[in-house]
Design a protein around this ligand. Structure first.
Ligand SMILES: NC(=O)c1ccc[n+]([C@@H]2O[C@H](COP(=O)([O-])OP(=O)(O)OC[C@H]3O[C@@H](n4cnc5c(N)ncnc54)[C@H](OP(=O)(O)O)[C@@H]3O)[C@@H](O)[C@H]2O)c1
Length: 234
């Protein structure tokens, strides 16, 4: 059984659905939240023993270090880290209309790409003590270079392609220690980011990602896939 999971960006959207799903399965959930979340506060009333809220800004190394410190006060090891926090800050403006002196690329990379790397670096000693040794990076189909159809959205797409590369490098680096890294496209979800016209509820993606977390993975298996375990071309 999975005993502990840390989820970043758990205050709303997919992160919140994942927190609910793991709590209902009896897992101890550490929910990183950027802004205070009323939904998480309500959830904590239903799971007072197993939900711990941890303030977290993944762009701030001190905040990530402090989150690891707070975690260590309550638990000795971490089974699964889910790097879910993400931003989509840009419009779909074409190239000639982009303001490249003030483009959201750096902020997007800071949250979507460097955020997960900061988390892995600071939580690695806790993950090494865990039995499950699983890191799930919430990526996107937008990070696939082979399948790319977009003609704009540079920042978001580049941040997820770089997250995919990060996932592969981490898999190479951590495989000798028994780690599995997944880069998962959660589907087009009806969240603040995905909008009201999207295909699925975040609970459906959370159900799929929970199932992925339960699978016995071969460390050489593909790592880039959707929430139904269908492989995606890099
Ligand atoms: N929605 C989709 O259709 C879709 C499709 C493909 C991939 N994804 C990916 O799925 C993940 C979840 O997306 P979502 O749709 O649930 O988005 P969302 O509803 O906008 O939620 C994003 C979460 O990330 C948090 N966050 C933002 N900046 C942060 C920071 N600096 N430090 C820590 N947390 C921060 C937010 O916190 P606050 O609420 O406090 O700001 C929020 O909890 C993202 O990685 C996204 O790229 C989404």
């Amino acid at each position: 059984m999975i005993k502990t999971v840390f989820i970043t960006g758990a205050g709303k959207g997919l992160g919140f659905s994942l927190a609910q799903k793991f709590l209902r399965a009896g897992t101890r959930v550490f929910a990183g939240h950027y802004q205070p979340s009323n939904e998480l506060n309500d959830l904590a009333k239903s799971f007072p023993q197993t939900l711990t809220q941890i303030p977290l800004d993944v762009t701030n190394l001190d905040s990530v270090k402090y989150a690891a410190k707070l975690f260590s006060r309550s638990a000795l090891h971490l089974d699964i880290l889910i790097n879910n926090a993400g931003v989509m800050l840009e419009t779909r403006a074409p190239l000639l209309e982009l303001d490249l002196s003030n483009h959201p690329l750096f902020e997007t990379l800071d949250v979507n790409t460097f955020g997960p790397l900061r988390m892995v670096q600071q939580f690695l000693p806790l993950l090494e003590k865990g039995e499950h040794k699983l890191i799930i990076n919430i990526s996107s189909e937008a990070g696939s270079i082979t399948n790319c159809w977009r003609e704009s959205e540079f920042a978001y797409s580049m941040s997820k392609a770089a997250l995919n590369m990060q996932s592969k490098i981490l898999q190479n680096h951590l495989k000798p220690h028994g780690f599995k890294i997944l880069a998962v496209h959660p589907g087009w979800m009806r969240t603040e980011m995905g909008g009201a016209d999207a295909d699925i509820h975040a609970d459906e993606a959370a159900e799929g990602i929970f199932n992925l977390s339960m699978k016995k993975w071969n460390l050489d298996d593909t790592i880039y896939m959707d929430y139904n375990a269908q492989p995606i071309n890099w």
